[in-house]
Design a protein around this ligand. Structure first.
Ligand code: PMP
Length: 453
């Protein structure tokens, strides 16, 4: 870790956030890193939020932020959407968990089926991590094969199965699980063909359909189309991990946008309108393996799946209210338009300020590329597809990125992904856009003074 002690920028952040500093100090004795999710940790301390509304949130020191975390991508309609809040309040008055079936789960699955093109049946889970695990289990049961192909750097939750790596195991991840997980090269169909030629026991391929880490490294629709064709020919199931992209890139997710039907889809985040939960959806003949009733005649039993909080009524209330709005308004389109405009405006600002960085991305996301290798390009003309995948990658351990994140917090903008990413909601307006562009301009000035640019 580089030395932060004599940075005026860090000192400015400390001066603005004494209440957060005090809470963080207390939390460090209570939780590892003082946080509940490592992605929320930041030096010298995270911000502590007490209230949020639409595209903004306020910390315990009364600083206001344009929020690009959007509940880790789950708040497509922004914080405290009135209809979602009303639905949640009403459900709270009826009960939080019946341990029984309820009407809202029927309406909820109906909406999923209406919106997600490949959804014939739906099974709710308690998180996205559980959804991808269940999709893989179901694929193994359906095909009678064992292995899973995933793409390098695509994220599918934190389970042992989805964290398996090709070479070095991550600490604590079940050893040997990598034998059943084959890692293909991103955006490289030949690498998939090679794996399928070598291994005859592949049950499924799982992919983030707009690219690793929600498009950090974007994918072309043509690649997804070729993958669909290949998996069909080889009798391998195709799983779209649409935990982030469903109800975001289009109401029906990436599969609606690309017009490509996967066999199974994992869902979470926007599905539950900012409350916990998840689901898988897909082909009836595959999904029915979860049914004791449907599998009875086979004598083999159902694929096991339980879960205390599956289709929790409060999450269902938020989910139904959210999906109703996604289905009947231009929420996804509006967020996509904001994404397009802010990417252009931030690049124009980089050109004005002569910063050798670029902003790219697709749909309702923008990514800031810090260009440590100092590749020459005009930010407004930057296209990540023009460069090898490894080139368009930020070094998250660099002091410039860290200080940019802190600088943006000082100027009232909370970015994701170690300070370079964003989830845009349908409530972000021109005011938030102006604040973001000017916030980044001022941050760039500060970084120049710190010798980081
Ligand atoms: N898949 C993708 C593509 C994700 O982005 C995430 C979470 N960021 C997950 C799965 C895991 O979802 P959860 O955090 O709800 O377990």
């Amino acid at each position: 870790m580089y030395d932060l002690s004599n940075s005026p920028l860090i000192a400015g952040y400390r001066a603005k956030t004494p209440g957060s500093a005090a809470l963080s100090k207390q939390a460090l004795d209570l939780m590892p890193s003082g946080v509940a999710s490592e992605s929320r940790f930041i030096e010298p301390h995270p911000i502590y939020i007490k209230h949020a509304e639409g595209p903004r949130k306020w910390d315990v020191d009364d600083n206001c932020y344009v929020d690009y975390w959007g509940g880790h991508g789950s708040l497509m309609l922004g914080h405290r959407h009135p209809k979602v809040m009303q639905a949640v309040h009403e459900q709270l008055d009826h009960g939080t968990h019946y341990g029984s079936c309820h009407e809202l789960e029927v309406r909820w699955s109906e909406l999923v089926k209406q919106l997600i093109p490949s959804a014939e049946l739906v099974r709710f889970t308690s998180s996205g991590t559980e959804a991808t695990l269940l999709a893989a289990r179901l694929a193994r049961a359906f095909t009678g094969k064992q292995k899973l192909i995933r793409f390098a750097e695509h994220y599918h939750g934190w389970s042992d199965l989805m964290m398996a790596r090709e070479k070095e195991a991550l600490r604590g991840v079940v050893s040997g699980i990598g034998d059943d997980v084959l890692v293909a090269k991103d955006d490289d169909l030949d690498s998939v063909v090679r794996l399928l030629d070598q291994h005859k026991d592949v049950a499924a391929i799982i992919i983030e359909p707009i690219g690793a880490n929600t498009g950090l490294r974007p994918l072309r629709g043509a690649f997804i189309g070729a993958l669909r064709k290949l998996t069909k020919e080889r009798g391998v199931l195709l799983i779209f991990d649409e935990v982030v992209t469903a109800f975001r890139v289009a109401p029906g997710g990436a599969q609606e946008h690309f017009k490509i039907m996967p066999d199974l889809t994992s869902l979470a985040k926007i599905l539950c309108g900012g409350l916990p939960g998840g689901a898988i959806a897909g082909r009836k003949d595959v999904m029915e393996l979860l049914s004791g009733k449907a599998t009875k005649a086979s004598g083999k039993g159902a694929v096991p799946h339980q879960g205390t909080f599956n289709a929790n009524p409060v999450s269902a209330a938020a989910g139904v209210a959210t999906l109703d709005i996604i289905a009947t308004t231009d929420a996804c389109e509006r967020a996509n338009r904001y994404g397009e405009t802010i990417r252009r405006r931030l690049n124009e600002m980089f050109e004005e300020e002569k910063v050798p960085w670029a902003v790219y991305g697709a749909f309702s996301k923008f990514q800031i590329f810090h260009n440590a290798a100092k590749i020459e390009f005009k930010p407004t003309k930057f296209d990540p597809f023009d460069y090898p995948a490894d080139t368009v990658k930020n070094d998250r351990t660099s002091s410039a990125i860290h200080k940019m994140r802190i600088g943006m917090l000082i100027h009232g903008v909370d970015l994701t992904g170690g300070g370079s990413g964003s989830f845009i909601s349908a409530t972000h307006t021109d005011v938030e856009m102006d604040d973001t562009v000017e916030g980044l301009r001022k941050t760039v000035h500060m970084l120049r003074q710190e010798g980081e640019i």
